[in-house]
Every structure is written in C-alpha cells, then in structure tokens.
Design a protein around this ligand. Structure first.
Ligand code: N01
Length: 529
C-alpha cells in the first residue's frame, strides 16, 4: 500500500505531534501521521508506572491554543497523574478528530529526500511521500536499559518504568528491587513500597527531590483558575520557563539568612522543580547554589530517621537544579519504613543480576521483581534511530556524531524540509514542554505555509546559521553550572554517547523572540529555493 502524497508527515502523536496535526490541518495543509504506540499520548502512553505524574502544574501543562478546550477540561489535581494526562490527550484527539489521521503501531525506520518529496519507510507496509517531515518523536521516548551482566537470566519479573504494562501490576507479598533513582524511580518507589513485602532501592547516584505538595483542586480554586487563566497564559508566553513563576526578587547573597531561608521555605512548600530557581543566579553562581543545596540537605536529614541512610540520600556530585529536580510524594519518608532498604551502589557496586536477584560487592539480594527506572537515550535517541538522508547524501546520524548541531533547535543543514520539535538546541526539556511545543508548532506551520504559498520547494537550514546557533547554545550553557552534572541533558547517562549540553538554556521567552525575529526578517537562516 502506498501512502498519500501529503504536504506533511508528522511522526509521533504525543503532546507535540497532536498539536502539530491540529495546527497543520487548520492551516490548510494535508497531513498524515505515524505513531509507534497503539494510541495517542507519547510519553504519557508509555510511562504508566505507579506514581507517574507530571512535575509541571496541570493547569500549565496543557494546551493554550483553544480557550474553549481550556474552559471545558477540569484538572482534578495540582500535579496531574499519567492516567489523567493520557485521558486529556485522548479527549483532544477526539475533540479535533485527529486520531484518524495517524497510523498507530507503526515506527518510522528511514526517510530520504529526493529534492521534491521525502520517501518515508516504516515497519508497516505503507510508504509515505510527504513534502515536509516533522519529527515529533519526543525527548524521552527511547528507554535506556543498562547492560547489566545476567539481566536476561533473571527468573523473576523484570519491569521497565518507561514501558510499563497497561494492565495493573501487583507487588503484594513480593520482594522488589528498584534500580534507578531519577524522577521515575523517585515517583514509583513510595507506591511500590506500599504493596511490597520488601523493597530494596539500588541507588548509584542520589538526586535532589522536592515534595510536590500535590492536592486536589477545591471548587474555589477551580473558579479562580478559570478567572486567571488568560493572565496566566499571557505571563507564561515570554517567560523564562514557559510557566508564570518568577524567582525571588532579591539577590540571595545580599539578604540575611532569615529572609533567605524564608524564601527557600516558601518555594520548598510550593513544591516541585521550581525550588531549583528560587533565587536569580542559583544555577550560575556556585555560592547561591550552595545555599540552596544546604537547605535541601537539611530537609533530607530532617526527614530520614537513620542518619546513615540520610547521608546516602544527600546528593554530593552536582549543583542542585543542574539535573532535573525530582518531584515526589513521600519519597524520603519511604526510607523510614522497616521493609524498605537503600543500597548504595557507590559503596557496594552492582556486580550482576542473578537468576534470583541482584548481586553487589557486599552480597546477594533475593528478589521476585526487578524494576528498572534507568532513564532514556534522551533528546537525540529517537531522531538518531531513524535513518534520515538528505538529497546530497547528508545523514543525521553522521551530522550529529559530535553532538547535535541545529538551527534554532528545529532544522539541520543537509536535510531540507525536515524539522523536529522540542529537541536539542531549543529550550524543550528545560521548560514547560507543552508551551514549548505549541510555540514551535505555530512557528513551523507558519514557515511551511509560507513555502507552499510562495512556491518554495525546499527550505534548508544554512550551515553557517546552524553553527552560529549551536555555538550560542554551547556558550549559554557554559555560563551556567549545568555542564558540571553528568546528566541526560549532556548525554552522560548513555555509555559512549557524545557529550554536549543539548537543550537551550537562554530561556523560553528569549528563544521565542529569536524565532519571531527570524520569521519577521524572511527566514534569513534558511535557504529557500
Ligand atoms: O531517568 P534518569 P528518569 N546501574 O536518567 C540509574 C522526566 N521525567 O526516567 O545517575 C545503576 O533521571 C541512574 O543512576 P546514575 C524528567 O525530566 C519526569 O528517572 O546514572 N543505576 C539514575 O538514578 C527526568 O529527569 C517525570 O548514577 C543506573 C536512574 O537510573 C527524566 O524524565 C517523571 C544504571 C535514571 O534516572 C528522566 O527521568 C519521570 C546502572 N547501570 C521522568 N543506569 C515527572 O514529570 C542508570 N541508572 C515528575
């Protein structure tokens, strides 16, 4: 079967792909889509592990493009659970009749451009020939499974947080092990502990986590949200992080300890990742960062009763906020439970997975189930798995061997008529991903519409513009503490992956303005032919 020769093919039906499909069809483009999952949702389709929630407030982590949609959807809690976010995306897909435009259960393997159209090969029997290709493939969509000796021989049940089964998983009466203490591990551990007879958490690196302060919205809050929504969205549109929050309006080093602690406490109580930005310069000045670390450390030690366990849970290898701060509900408290133990893999390295559990340098841990919360081949993983080839033989896989190079975090020289969303070179994962996706989609649909209207066949990022932009991305990162952390932002979590700080740290508002300037000036960073 041959696919229709559409204007645009969208790969992915997550937050950005659905939004792109809606915007493209609204703009009069013929559009089809391909999605690996059996349904819409992207990240929120796959990550069904217990406790999965977004760490951005629900009222911000939702589309802003249609006030009616905004008005009719009611978020039940401050931080939405995975099922609620998935239900929202399913609602959006139905409301705008987007589902029928996607082929589900199909993965794009390769695509090449012949100067007029892309030929797109999938693992299905359909070939697509769009003029434009839009990769909405997600930044956290390819799980990273560590090469642990003996893993395949484990006789118990192995579960991956990023590929969690849709049917309910019970841990009742089981001895469960969790490897990984990033956001996925930290969210799932308290809930697994509620069921398991014994829970062993294997931690290689401690992470900072701030309680979510999650709660259901009261009727009064709902009314207030409705009233304030337009203002909230307006405040987010050019904000640093795509949300309406601002840093404390004083320099942490210029105020006394009482005022400082009260500002930290206020942010800590408000919950979540925003603690990482309590003060200006917190992620650029070691001294300010050290104050925030001290505050967080005090909280951990005050919560965890066993001082040795508490000491193991205090991060000591990265400035706070330079890895994404986790947002938890009862994480540290979980280690006060008698049936939960923390194994510090720095002290007793993991040697192998055995048929009956995990062996470390200190001994064997017998397990019935092993949960891997081990992260993702982030940002470039999904894009590099597609064999993308331009008309002069350029390949994305080769172009990015030294780390991702792009113009505006949207386009790559040598690959005309191809764009990607919320990936390397744009604020993406550092900001509210939904706002970021909406901004990029609107901008790109404007560019594609411009090409079609003006009879432009090819639009390609200029090599010099891409080099300049990528240098700018590098320079902005170098002015911060972020590169100090061995994080997935830099590729450090995947053995052999080229290290480069991938997202753009200049802020969402600055990025949006940069894109707007480029379109207002007639797209000078692109060759339009
Ligand atoms: O993945 P991670 P994640 N042996 O890479 C450990 C978003 N997210 O899925 O640090 C032992 O952060 C690894 O240890 P180390 C959010 O942006 C958001 O948890 O490499 N351990 C680390 O502890 C987040 O940042 C939400 O030493 C091994 C863990 O696995 C991003 O997704 C929820 C190991 C991986 O942590 C990724 O989070 C979930 C090995 N061989 C995710 N290999 C919310 O919205 C890896 N590890 C709240």
């Amino acid at each position: 079967m041959t696919g229709a020769d559409t204007d645009i093919l969208i790969i992915g039906a997550g937050f950005s792909g659905l939004r792109a499909m809606h915007a493209a069809t609204r703009a009069g483009l013929s559009a089809t889509g391909v999605e690996s999952g059996r349904g819409v949702g992207g990240t929120w389709y796959w990550n069904r592990y217990p406790g999965a929630r977004c760490d951005v407030e629900s009222i911000d982590y939702s589309y802003s493009f249609d006030p009616q949609l905004q008005d009719e959807w009611e978020w039940s809690e401050r931080y939405a659970t995975q099922p609620e976010i998935l239900a929202y995306l399913e609602h959006v897909a139905d409301r705008y009749d987007l589902r029928r435009r996607f082929e589900f259960g199909t993965t794009v393997l390769a695509a090449s451009f012949d100067g007029v159209r892309w030929s797109v090969r999938t693992d299905g029997d359909r070939e697509y020939r769009p003029r434009f290709l839009l990769c909405a493939t997600g930044s956290l969509s390819i799980p990273s499974v560590p090469d642990l000796p003996g893993l395949d021989g484990f006789a118990g049940r192995t579960l991956l947080t990023a590929r969690w089964p849709a049917e309910e998983v019970s841990f009742r009466g089981e001895r469960v092990g969790v490897i990984g203490t990033g956001s996925s591990g930290i969210q799932s551990i308290p809930l697994i502990a509620e069921q398991a007879a014994e829970l062993t958490v294997f931690q290689r690196t401690a992470n900072y986590s701030v309680p979510a302060d999650n709660r259901p919205f009261s009727p009064a809050e709902r009314a207030e949200i409705r009233r304030m929504y337009p203002r909230r969205r307006a405040d987010s549109a050019y904000s640093p992080a795509g949300t309406p929050h601002e840093a404390y309006p004083a320099d942490a080093l210029a105020i006394d300890q009482r005022e400082r602690d009260s500002a930290f406490q206020e942010r800590w109580s408000a919950g979540g990742v925003l603690f990482g930005k309590t003060f200006p310069r917190q992620t650029t000045d070691e001294r300010v960062n050290a104050l925030a670390r001290e505050f967080a450390e005090t909280k951990i030690r005050a919560t965890v009763r066993d001082p040795r366990v508490a000491a193991d849970l205090v991060p000591d290898d990265h400035p706070i906020g330079t890895k994404r701060i986790c947002t938890d509900s009862g994480y540290y408290e979980t280690f006060n439970r008698d049936h939960v133990r923390l194994v510090n893999l720095r002290r007793e390295p993991l040697e192998a997975v055995t048929p009956t559990g995990v062996r470390t340098a200190a001994g064997d841990y017998e397990l019935d189930s092993l949960v891997l919360a081990t992260g993702f081949d982030a940002m470039t993983g999904a894009l590099r798995r597609i064999d993308l080839r331009g008309p002069r033989g350029d390949r994305l896989q080769e172009a990015w061997t030294g780390g991702p190079v792009s113009y505006l975090g949207l386009a790559v020289p040598g690959l005309p008529n191809l764009f990607y969303l919320t990936g390397p070179g744009s604020p993406s994962v550092l900001v509210n991903m939904v706002t970021a996706a909406e901004q990029q989609v609107d901008w790109l649909v404007g560019l594609v519409r411009h090409c079609l209207d003006e009879g432009i066949d090819e639009v390609e990022a200029r090599a010099d513009a891409a080099q300049r932009w990528t240098r700018h991305v590098d320079e902005v990162a170098e002015r911060t503490l972020f590169p100090q952390a061995a994080s997935w932002y830099t590729g450090a979590n995947v053995p052999g992956k080229q290290r480069r700080f991938m997202p753009y740290l200049g802020g969402f508002g600055a990025y949006r303005r940069a894109c707007e300037q480029v379109s207002a000036e007639g797209y000078p960073g692109f060759v339009l032919t």
